[in-house]
Ligand binder design. Structure first.
Ligand code: AGP
Length: 609
């Protein structure tokens, strides 16, 4: 997610905006920039890298402008660079914009602007189209031009706009990306996030979807989609700065758990064309390329590896190709069978995990086609891959990965469905059915997150446990691994996951009176088997928490407590079943007083062997 700050008042806009951008650094970014209006012209300065680079770029400038907009960029389209940094300006340099979100139809808009209207683009970004559209429609009223421009756009956006012909005004508009208005005395602000404004104002307007805002020094007007002015209650911010960075959540991890519906929505919907077919931008493999592959390797570490394990099920089921999954630290030393008929999929949130990067290089050397699933645009794994499939989870700050995991899963589904359909091994009706079912998942996840209170109640009875077993079958066995890792890494409880069918081959010797067993039983076709496993451990005194699909009353006869997920096809349950486990780990760690966002001994990106 990008950061936006805008200011109009009587102070030094450059200083105030850069100061506000610094308050958004925690969100993660790769470049920054500002635009101000000075002597009737728009001045833009933007730099790749840290905000200190921007400060250096402007330190000798005496902007002494009183109106401007600024931006910190988290790249989604176009690698981090000065040119791709915001603000973007129109060709006639009269319009400057900053944008947070994704313009889904930017390709067709860019083509139309370039080919039909002769617009010359200066960046690779989706956002730049906004500046050209507003300039195209400008006819004396900035807000009218903004209205017309957004009517052409599909996607998510929080936008701030300057116009050199109307220097005493900022216009902002919002759809599905956050936007707030700071109300000052003789000055007003726009921002994507509260921390950017806290030093100056505590009275804000929360802008709703499809609303346009016109700010001057002494007035703020909000208009709805019908261009009717709307009144808005003032929200008084009582948070301190630390709470504000987490949007009011106690930890980044909990904030990111709650950002999963949006991450899944972005990662899925950006890749569906208007007919609902999958568009895999960033993947240049043809049907012939796909038919050449006789095996797939999925290689990753930690949580990303767990996503790959689910990916194995999905790709084998939909794309009918054998898949091997391995942890990168093992893969790179076992001299694997790799050749030019191998598709190698690297999964990495950071794109900088050394083991994964080394494994990728090993596979590349042996002729494999490299496809990576990465959250950080322009990261090393992305740069060294033949094709990159980005998760649009936004910056993941907490060390314990949550939203990256579920968006990695979404990428696995999209790749599997796309490859299976393109190769003609997946029936069109099944392809369409699964795409339809995937579109329901973000809202189902929102519903699931409302059960947070039940999970907290359960955690109160469990947080003193010193050992926890996770069991499951099929995809549930893979999700069990992820649930166990979450609990381990933030609560420091000795937890492990095992395929339920393996219990009787040794591990059940550990089950005793009071052992806590979390049994995932979402797979209809494996449910009877899971019931037997639950009975096995119950017979030895275990306390069992079951995890099943809504409507499954049978499990209540066996388990001591049940967490439910909304009903969905068996194959899609991992997108939902992991969430109660994330929340349980979080609530237990919180009750144990652990440092949830920065667990001991761990780093967010393991760039060493
Ligand atoms: C997950 O919660 C951990 N933070 C860790 O296992 C992580 O998934 C692993 O280090 C891989 O990181 P990457 O996705 O950035 O490559």
């Amino acid at each position: 997610m990008c950061g936006i700050v805008g200011y109009i008042g009587y102070g030094n806009a450059g200083d105030i905006i850069i100061e506000g951008l610094k308050k958004l650094e925690y969100r993660g970014y790769d470049s920054s920039g500002i635009a101000v209006i000075k002597d009737g012209k728009i001045e833009v300065r933007k730099q790749k890298g840290r905000i200190s680079n921007l400060e250096t770029a402007v330190e000798n400038e005496h902007f002494n402008s009183t109106v401007g907009i600024g931006h910190t960029r988290w790249a989604t389209h176009g690698a981090p660079s000065d040119a791709n940094a915001h603000p973007h300006i129109s060709m006639d340099k009269t319009i400057a914009i900053v944008h947070n979100g994704i313009i889904e139809n930017y390709t067709e808009l860019r083509e139309w602007l370039t080919k039909d209207l002769g617009v010359i683009f200066t960046s690779e970004t989706d956002s730049e189209v906004i500046a050209h559209l507003i300039s195209l429609y400008y006819d004396g009223s900035l807000e009218d031009a903004v209205y017309k421009a957004v009517e052409k756009m599909r996607g998510a956006y929080g936008i701030g706009v300057l116009c050199s012909k109307e220097p005493d005004k900022i216009v902002a508009v919002r759809k599905d990306s956050p936007l707030i208005i700071g109300l000052g005395d003789g000055c007003n602000f726009i921002a994507s996030d509260i921390p950017a404004l806290l030093k100056h104002v505590r009275s804000i307007y929360l802008i709703e979807n499809n609303e346009t805002v016109v700010l001057t020094r002494n007035e703020v007007k909000i208009y709805n989609a019908d261009r009717k002015e709307v009144k808005r209650d003032v929200f008084h911010v009582t948070w301190d700065e630390d709470a504000a960075e987490k949007d009011g959540f106690d930890h980044f991890m909990l904030k990111e758990i709650h950002e999963q519906p949006k991450g899944l929505f972005e990662t899925l919907n950006r890749r569906l064309d208007k007919n609902g077919n999958i568009l895999l931008d960033g993947i240049s493999m043809t049907k012939q390329d796909l038919e050449k592959f006789d095996r797939v390797y999925i290689v990753a570490c930690g949580t990303a590896y767990h996503a790959g394990m689910v990916g194995k099920f999905i790709i084998e089921r939909f794309a009918k190709i054998p898949v091997e999954v391995d942890v990168a630290s093992e893969f790179r030393y076992r001299d694997p069978f790799i050749d030019d008929k191998t598709l190698f999929i690297a999964i990495s949130q950071s794109g900088e995990t050394l083991d994964t990067l080394a494994a990728l290089r090993e596979a590349k050397k042996k002729g494999a086609r490299i496809l990576s699933v990465v959250n950080v645009v322009g990261s090393s794994v992305a740069r060294e891959s033949d094709d990159v499939f980005y998760t649009w989870a936004g910056p993941e700050i907490a060390v314990a990965s949550t939203k990256a995991y579920t968006t990695q899963l979404m990428c696995m589904y999209l790749i599997a469905l796309y490859v299976g359909y393109t190769k003609g091994v997946l029936a069109p009706d099944l392809y369409n059915e699964y795409i339809r079912e995937l579109k329901f998942i973000p809202d189902k996840l929102k519903t699931l997150l409302k059960t947070e209170g039940d999970i907290l109640e359960a955690a109160k009875g469990l947080y003193k446990k010193e050992q926890v077993f996770f069991i499951g079958r099929g995809p549930d066995a893979s999700v069990s691994l992820e649930g166990s890792l979450k609990l381990k890494e933030i609560s420091y409880i000795n937890s492990f996951a095992i395929a339920a069918g393996e219990l009787k081959h040794g591990t059940i010797a550990l089950i005793e009176q009071g052992s806590l067993v979390i049994a995932l039983a979402t797979q209809d076709r494996l449910f009877e088997k899971m019931l037997s496993n639950i009975q096995e451990v119950k017979a030895r005194g275990a306390y069992v928490i079951g995890l099943a699909k809504e409507g499954n009353k049978e499990i209540e006869k066996q388990a001591d407590k049940v967490f439910y997920i909304p009903d969905c096809p068996d194959d899609l349950t991992p997108l939902l079943s992991v969430v109660p486990l994330q929340l349980l780990a979080y609530e237990i760690a919180k009750l144990r007083g652990c440092d949830i966002d920065k667990p001991k001994n761990l780093a967010k990106s393991v760039t060493v062997e």
